[in-house]
Write a protein that binds this ligand. Sequence first.
Ligand code: ZN
Length: 132
Amino acid sequence: MKRLTEFQKKIRVKRKEKKAILRAFNKKVRDELVFKKQELVRLMFERDKGECVFCHTKVSEKHFQTCHIIPQEFIELRYDINNVLLACFYHHKVGKYSMHKHPLWLVNWLITNRKEQYDYLMNWLSKSQHNL
Ligand SMILES: [Zn+2]
């Protein structure tokens, strides 16, 4: 077996140190995202009283849906309480009247029932690089 030079040994140690730093950084970022999501869910349950905002059915904390009005791919709004609603599975995804299947119904519902939230998001859209 070939012996490592002192230089090669130093390089290996540095690589291990860099990997450890990166692992720690990734864990910190992951932990922060988990915390942000938990905080968002807590605020959403509190604001929406643990019920689907559309049909007022109690939503289990184990089987809830975090329903984003503007898709969560828009990172700036992913953890924004003004961009989410608590809804049952029917009103979130599969129902005839659901956020995913009937966006115009959702817009009308927002204007009628959550005007401040609607205005906040429209204001964000008009000021962001993602404007209409
Ligand atoms: Zn519902």
